[in-house]
Design a protein around this ligand. Structure first.
Ligand code: SF4
Length: 285
């Protein structure tokens, strides 16, 4: 009898124990392969809410596991790699927001989903990159503080000139590293390709895009809205995912050396296997 691979052991153990694995699309392909559900942070937390199970393991960063727990408080939510944090989510804390609100009672505080749960308790409203414009538009207030991403905040501000925005000086260090020169070089190499980008990129990069959207939006655009070649301007996991699923389509990674989120790559098959075994052992007590 041949010995099982680590991936086979993970799949067998999670089924045996009734544990569901959620993986963000930025995870490594081998993690995506053993996951039950993949997607962006909001899609994962919404999917978890509907699951008929008592334990989920999240392959992603801390705020994603926190968001899953917020929508599914009755479930045990385990982060596969506990050291994985989002560099942007930590850039503003609840104390700073409480002080801002005390000094600016007429300003609505709008927090991006990429924030800690402690920060969210101080915010007035929480948005995703795909819902930010619509939700801010509907707010019954003229002044909005947008935290922590100045690039997404600036994208929302440009879409809603009727509102006054104050932008926190934070950003995703991964997407913020992109430049217009990166895009021009990729377009020169692939002149027939469309260019899609995440709104966490700087405005000069967003201005060159054929489509701007979050992870789920980018995947939907590439698969359902065009059959052309596409240059992908977000974390390498998305291009890996699309290229693996559709190897003949022509998906090209923009600035591959810049668009790797180290925290998203902390989860390995070894670490997921360890977490699964520990979680399963505790479950049987
Ligand atoms: S890519 Fe940026 S926003 Fe996403 S988890 Fe990494 S640091 Fe956070």
């Amino acid at each position: 009898m041949t010995s099982q691979t680590k991936a086979e052991k993970i799949i067998s153990e999670k089924k045996k124990r009734g544990i569901v694995i959620l993986a963000h699309t930025y995870q490594m392909p081998e993690i995506i392969d053993v996951a039950d559900i993949t997607g962006d942070s909001f899609k994962l937390s919404q999917a978890a809410e509907k699951l008929d199970c008592d334990t989920v393991i999240v392959c992603g960063v801390r705020f994603m596991a926190e968001t899953v727990k917020m929508l599914s408080p009755e479930k045990r939510v385990i982060l596969a790699a506990p050291e994985a944090k989002c560099a942007m989510a930590e850039q503003v804390g609840p104390k700073e927001i409480a002080e801002f609100k005390a000094a600016n009672p007429d300003v609505t505080v709008c927090a991006y989903i990429n924030t800690t749960s402690a920060l969210k308790t101080e915010a007035d409203v929480c948005v995703t990159s795909s819902s930010a414009v619509n939700i801010c538009k509907k707010l019954n207030t003229a002044k909005i503080l947008f935290v922590p991403d100045k690039n997404l905040g600036s994208f929302v501000k440009n879409a809603l000139p009727e509102k006054e925005f104050i932008l926190w000086d934070g950003c995703c260090p991964i997407h913020n590293a992109l430049t217009a020169e990166d895009v021009k070089a990729a377009k020169a190499a692939h002149p027939d390709a469309l260019f899609v980008v995440h709104p966490e990129a700087p405005a000069e990069v967003v201005a060159l895009a054929d489509y701007v959207g979050a992870t789920s939006g980018i995947i939907d655009f590439c698969l359902n809205k065009t059959d052309k070649e596409v240059i992908i301007g977000t974390e390498v996991g998305v291009c890996d995912y699309l290229s693996q699923k559709y190897p003949d389509r022509g998906f090209y990674q923009l600035a591959a050396d810049k668009l790797i989120c180290p925290d998203m790559k902390f989860t390995t098959l070894d670490c997921l296997w360890r977490r699964l075994r520990v979680t399963a052992a505790r479950k049987s007590f």
